[in-house]
Design a protein around this ligand. Structure first.
Ligand code: NAP
Length: 341
């Protein structure tokens, strides 16, 4: 069987490089894509001759050609607020499966609201928010809530230390926190409007223990989780400490090895009147975790192991616990699922 052709848009960025390297290790034919031809050629030489496709966002025909040459397109160039529509549209027009790393709530909502029909007509699967922030929370919520009914609240909580933001991540974070049209999910419905973040305490299990959290943070679980868990309220939270670390916003140019030094615990708590369930992933290097999650999704889609045509969040696209167990086997984190009474 010939190896799948997988295009990586934004291949020269930190996430794109990790994605391309892992695809190569898995034997895929990688197409390095983006707007900077020279940087792509240099990267191709480093990878002993991967295919290259230069295309800017305002070149729709060239983006369609790119998608037409691939079985799956992994979109790694953010902010997705700026780049998401061009690539998703090209993938649907060319009939190419699509996976993205979006953190932005509004891009994720746009994918569900706008791309469902084109995806179904093209017979392709589009998976949005398949990454660390947003994606891991959605998968943990799906795994913890499996089989539960009467769910009152789902909280996804991220404890992160040593996060050194890239240029793309810094721009994305600035856009997110400046956006006053935040999506929240309360009383079983989506709402859009400004929400003043509060300080909350999330009870991470030992050894971490209770932590002060920014709540809510504008992550996409409010859009993805209600699609597979019938909850009254969904909220994402992030440790306040994460952004208090001085190096978070001043490390755009650190090397990859330094960037790999992040540590995380991500928990999803599913609360019902009769008891709670929780899922937890504890690991290191959130960038690598992001990259490998998208590769795992792309390899499954290329191999015909997707949910069929349409737009999906991570835990809708793939059975959540088996998907997480496969990532756990790659050594990315330790997964724990438990009942709480
Ligand atoms: N949800 C998560 O947990 C998660 C995890 C990882 C990444 N992400 C998201 O993925 C995105 C990339 O992150 P990163 O760490 O890889 O950032 P990065 O290292 O700064 O790389 C960004 C890449 O995107 C390209 N790019 C940016 N704007 C573009 C545009 N307008 N047109 C074409 N290409 C463009 C850049 O190309 P140039 O070099 O030509 O500028 C570069 O290749 C960010 O939005 C980040 O938030 C999310």
């Amino acid at each position: 069987m010939s190896p799948p052709h997988i295009a990586v848009y934004g291949a020269t960025g930190h996430t794109g490089r990790l994605v391309a390297a892992d695809l190569r290790d898995r034997g895929a034919e990688v197409i390095l894509a983006g707007r900077d031809g020279n940087a792509l050629k240099a990267m191709s030489e480093e990878l002993s001759g991967a295919l290259v496709h230069e295309a800017a966002l305002d070149e729709p025909a060239s983006l369609r050609d790119l998608a037409g040459s691939a079985d799956v397109l992994i979109h790694c160039a953010g902010p997705f607020t700026d780049t998401g529509r061009a690539l998703a549209t090209a993938a649907a027009q060319a009939g190419c499966h699509y996976v993205d790393h979006a953190l932005e709530q509004h891009h994720t909502k746009w994918m569900f609201d706008t791309m469902g029909r084109p995806a179904r007509e093209a017979g392709i699967t589009m998976v949005t928010a398949m990454s660390f922030y947003g994606g891991l929370g959605d998968l943990l919520a799906g795994a913890a809530a499996a089989g539960m009914t009467g769910v009152d609240r789902v909280i996804t909580a991220y404890s992160v230390t040593g996060w050194r933001l890239t240029t793309g991540a810094r721009k994305t974070a600035e856009l997110l926190f400046a956006d006053t049209r935040r999506i929240t999910y309360t009383d079983g419905a989506e709402h859009v409007g400004y929400v003043e973040p509060r300080n909350a305490v999330f009870p991470f299990p030992p050894p971490l223990g209770p932590r002060t959290m920014i709540a809510p943070v504008p992550f996409p679980e409010v859009v993805t989780v209600p699609r597979h868990v019938a909850a009254r309220q969904v909220e994402a939270q992030l440790t306040a400490h994460t952004f208090e670390e001085e190096q978070a916003f001043t490390s755009e140019h650190v090397d990859a090895a330094t960037r790999a030094g992040s540590h995380f615990t991500v928990a999803a708590q599913v609360i019902t009147p009769d008891g709670n369930r929780a899922g937890q992933a504890r690991g290191h290097d959130l960038w690598r975790m992001s990259a490998l999650a998208s590769v795992e999704a792309a390899v499954r889609l290329a191999g015909g192991r997707g949910p069929g045509p349409g737009v999906f969040g991570p835990a809708e696209a793939f059975p959540a616990e088996p998907f997480l167990r496969d990532l756990e086997r790659l050594g990315l984190f330790r997964l724990t699922l438990q009942e709480e009474r």
